[in-house]
Design a protein around this ligand. Structure first.
Ligand code: ATP
Length: 294
């Protein structure tokens, strides 16, 4: 149910969780230039008191020509403060939104879909406010960006096509550590550096819904963008190596980078890894979470 903002306008609070590509295969390219993907996508649940694995938004409803954007949070300075912000673009699509406050906790242009998750959160808030199914916004979501539909869905999915073909998956929750080595990577530059665009798709069999089975399944998959991203930003390889050295059972890049993730067999192992990495690389963004489970 809506709250009010202390005056009369209704307010909906939503979170925009980091999108993690547990696997990301690039399987082709359409004539119009869009890449075809085959990906397992899951969302991070924030845990602990450290850096957060989600942005938070307050969506204020009411008539306005241009929705007003207020920015706060550790990465507020890295996003556009004007109508180019995906939050404002989504608010215009949804209509009836007077203002949005965005608390930006996720590093920007970092492969964890921050902008897409923010846009989807605005659409989700609008659907909740109107009492309609958020899937109503699936088509405008895709027009906002390839990752917006999966963020609008909000649960673990296999994502194919250019981001529009979603098949919900039941994944177990695994402890995850997200590491951003502080370099922004432009998605276009990474796709431009790809050696091949016609890689094999994910295995036919869906990922198992137990932790050990999922980890085995993931080992037979890849992120096809990782090698290309490393040529653009070599520090990505330094971060994945550091995660492996902390005992991550799988360390890989998400999206087009530069954020990398490590999966662990226990929350204690993840937390110990976080402590170690914050000590050895204090300039990195290191955030604990859980991934999957929904
Ligand atoms: P993906 O994993 O979907 O490729 P990403 O994490 O690589 O996404 P974003 O953080 O979504 O990338 O940022 C991509 C670009 O979008 C940045 O250049 C940024 O300036 C712009 N942008 C616009 N609005 C936002 C927003 N609300 N949050 C983050 N970036 C935004």
């Amino acid at each position: 149910m809506d709250e009010t903002d202390g005056h009369t306008a209704p307010v909906v609070r939503v979170s925009a969780r980091a999108k993690i590509n547990l696997a990301l295969h690039v399987t082709g390219r359409r004539a119009d230039g869009y890449h075809l993907l085959d990906s397992v996508v899951a969302f991070a649940r924030p845990v602990g008191d450290g850096p957060r694995t989600a942005d938070t938004l307050e969506v204020h409803f009411g008539p306005a020509e241009t929705p007003h954007l207020t920015l706060a949070g550790p990465f507020a300075g890295d996003v556009p403060a004007d109508a180019d912000n995906l939050v404002v673009r989504a608010a215009r699509v949804a209509g009836g939104i007077r203002a949005v406050r965005l608390d930006k906790h996720l590093p920007v242009a970092s492969g964890i879909g921050g902008g897409s998750a923010d846009a989807a959160a605005v659409l989700t808030a609008a659907a909740a406010h109107r009492g309609i199914d958020r899937a109503t916004f699936a088509a405008p979501a895709l027009a906002l960006g390839a990752d917006v539909p999966v963020c609008l869905h909000g649960g673990s999915c296999r994502m194919a096509g250019i981001g529009e073909r979603l098949t919900p998956l039941r994944l177990p929750e695994l402890p995850i550590l997200l590491v951003n080595p502080g370099v922004a990577v432009a998605t276009g530059a990474v796709f431009g550096a790809l050696a091949r665009r016609d890689n094999p798709p994910l295995p036919d069999a869906p990922p198992p819904d137990d932790a050990a089975g999922l980890l085995d399944w993931l080992r037979s998959t890849r992120n096809d963008l990782e090698a290309a991203a490393v040529t653009v930003a070599p520090t990505i390889a330094t971060a994945t190596t550091a995660l492996r050295e902390t005992g991550a059972v799988l360390a890989r890049m998400s999206g087009s980078g530069a954020t990398v993730f490590g999966l662990y067999t226990s929350p204690a192992a993840r937390d110990a890894a976080a402590t170690a990495l914050r000590r050895t690389s204090p300039q990195w963004w290191v955030a604990c979470g859980g991934v999957g489970g929904d």
